[in-house]
Design a protein around this ligand. Structure first.
Ligand SMILES: NC(=O)C1=CN([C@@H]2O[C@H](COP(=O)(O)OP(=O)(O)OC[C@H]3O[C@@H](n4cnc5c(N)ncnc54)[C@H](OP(=O)(O)O)[C@@H]3O)[C@@H](O)[C@H]2O)[C@@H](O)CC1
Ligand SMILES: Nc1ncnc2c1ncn2[C@@H]1O[C@H](COP(=O)(O)OP(=O)(O)O)[C@@H](O)[C@H]1O
Ligand SMILES: [K+]
Length: 500
């Protein structure tokens, strides 16, 4: 699914109006109806609902929503925040329609017009939408502050008032802090950025049938991966396949005290469909790995504590494996750096690079140029900052991310809620699955195993990253259903992996 910018959203609105064709007021009615359907599914008609409307089209939506909720017998109080002398045409149209059914519309011009909001009430925020062009001030700001102070449940229409759709807000901006955002047709870039969490709440898209062809043709670097997008990427298995059909992966994982990372990555790799798996661990990990993961072959490193790449048993050249995953739990010993340097000198196919392998790259940035094209790097934000520079805000972070992926021709999975996957062509795919239960040690090692397995099976590296990150998050969601987000562990994520 695409994420479009504000200008494109406006053009999409116009394109729908022209091509369907549909009158603007009817499109607004459709949006209001979609909102009300969601609202009625979530809140009973016994709850007092205060709706705050601005003077643009977001306010117009609010007035239409108010009328539709009155029809459904919600006890609703309607407030219009009169911050400017002019209203939008569709606002005025809906204002007239509303006046036909109720006289009970109140106007907020000064602070003392703002009503007290009690708990057990619902607030619908339709003050400002995607047309926000400057920070909130005056009576708009005071109303937002009053809503944020109130102990009520707040639902934003389209986007929280005061939040920009696709540019940074200043830290001093006053913005609605909703419990829910119900947005029209497409996700907004602002929703997937960490600093905006409290200005978005739980968000959901409602379909208002905007012009599909416009969306299909609109250029954008930003995508949001949903189940239907991920499902299209999944390879079907040939009935006459054999284990040789699904690649032979090599994992370089673990160090003394961190053999668990090796076990997690290896188990995840096997649960993600790799044909054959060899795991190289420091000597101290040999018995552990062979016992915990009997399906994997194990190469004990000749060093007991850390990886050097040298083994006491005869082993093939890493370049002979279908792909390599390196990083979880390996530490940053000088011998391990030598191994990484040698690997990057000889390997020419895409590999997966995580954790301390990334930290070694940050400390030896001359190695970045040696990464095989289309390799997948999986930093969490701290690791990414070490590889690049500090950022002032999430939008600048996205710019740095895109530049990095383009410059080194690699795929970067910047992990976290809505993990951002940057490709060498400058696109960013945000992931939709996952939950805070994944914020626990070892879940990143699981991701490395998954991505290594997908590369081994011959997935295109961008598709491997998008599908792997989606499935990892989905497994996390299943684990959270079974164990709860607090009790779940990285092992539960491995056990919850499914590929269908
Ligand atoms: N395409 C879709 O998906 C559909 C969208 N729909 C709905 O339309 C909404 C967008 O409507 P919109 O463009 O009228 O914007 P909205 O924010 O209501 O008001 C803009 C006005 O506010 C003003 N203003 C700006 N900042 C301000 C501030 N800080 N303080 C005070 N005023 C401020 C601004 O002034 P200006 O910038 O022109 O000076 C302008 O006059 C969208 O969110 C959705 O709800 C649906 O109905 C149908 C399908
Ligand atoms: N709040 C969250 N929502 C969704 N996914 C999350 C969240 N927190 C962490 N994750 C995911 O969990 C994984 C954590 O990886 P990482 O930080 O490398 O952990 P570790 O190094 O302990 O294995 C990443 O895939 C990340 O996207
Ligand atoms: K709003």
């Amino acid at each position: 699914m695409k994420i479009l910018n504000v200008d494109q959203i406006r053009a999409l609105d116009q394109s729908t109006i022209q091509h369907e064709p549909i009158a603007p007021i009817n499109l607004m009615e459709r949006a209001a109806l979609a909102f009300v359907d969601w609202f009625a599914d979530h809140f009973p008609a016994t709850m007092t609902t205060k709706i705050f409307c601005g003077l643009g089209n977001n306010g117009g939506d609010g007035l239409a929503i108010a009328r539709l909720l009155l029809e459904r017998e919600y006890p609703i109080e309607i407030y219009v925040v009169r911050y400017a002398p002019r209203e939008s045409d569709d606002f005025m149209h809906n204002h007239r329609r509303l006046k036909l059914v109720t006289e009970n519309v109140r106007y907020i011009e000064l602070s003392h017009d703002i009503p007290a909001i009690r708990h057990n009430e619902i607030v619908i925020d339709a003050i400002l939408g995607s047309g926000l062009s400057r920070p909130t001030e005056g009576i708009v700001k005071s109303t937002i502050e009053a809503i944020n102070r109130a102990p009520a449940t707040v639902v934003a229409v389209d986007i929280a008032s005061g939040l920009y759709t696709d540019q940074p807000n200043a830290p001093t901006d006053v913005i609605i802090e909703p419990d829910y955002t119900i947005t029209f047709q497409l996700p907004k870039l602002a929703f997937v950025l960490p600093k905006n969490g409290r200005y978005v709440g739980d968000w959901q898209i409602v379909d208002i049938q905007l012009h599909k062809r416009y969306i299909d043709l609109a250029p954008t670097p930003y995508y949001f991966t949903q189940a239907r997008d991920a499902r299209l990427l999944l390879h079907k298995r040939d009935r006459f396949s054999n284990k040789g059909s699904f690649g032979h992966a090599l994992l370089y994982v673990g160090s003394y005290g961190k053999i668990g990372a090796a076990v997690l990555a290896a188990r995840a790799c096997l649960r993600s469909g790799v044909g054959l798996l060899t795991v190289q661990v420091p000597g101290c990990g040999y018995n552990i790995l062979q016992t915990a993961v009997p399906e994997a072959m194990c190469l004990p490193d000749k060093n007991q504590q850390v990886l050097t790449g040298q083994s006491e048993v005869e082993s093939s050249d890493p370049a002979e494996y279908t792909t390599v995953g390196i990083g979880p739990g390996i530490g940053k010993a000088p011998e391990t750096l030598v191994m990484l340097r040698e690997l990057l000198r000889t390997l020419k196919k895409p590999i997966v690079v995580d954790a301390d392998a990334l930290n070694l790259l940050s400390e030896n940035s001359n190695l970045l140029d040696k990464l095989p094209r289309n390799s997948i790097l999986t930093p969490h934000p701290k690791e990414f900052e070490r590889l690049t520079e500090k950022w002032d805000n999430d939008y600048q972070k996205l710019t740095i991310l895109r530049e990095f992926a383009k410059k080194y021709k690699v795929i970067v999975v910047l992990k976290g809620a809505y993990s951002a996957i940057a490709t060498p062509d400058g696109d960013i795919h945000f992931n939709s699955t996952g939950n805070p239960g994944l914020s626990t040690g070892g879940t990143g090692d699981v991701l490395t195993g998954i991505l290594t397995a997908l590369l081994a099976q011959g997935y295109d590296p961008i598709e491997a990253a998008v599908l792997g990150v989606f499935s990892h998050g989905l497994a996390g969601d299943r684990a959270a259903e079974q164990r709860g987000p607090i009790g779940m562990t990285a092992s539960d994520v491995v056990d919850s992996l499914r590929w269908d």
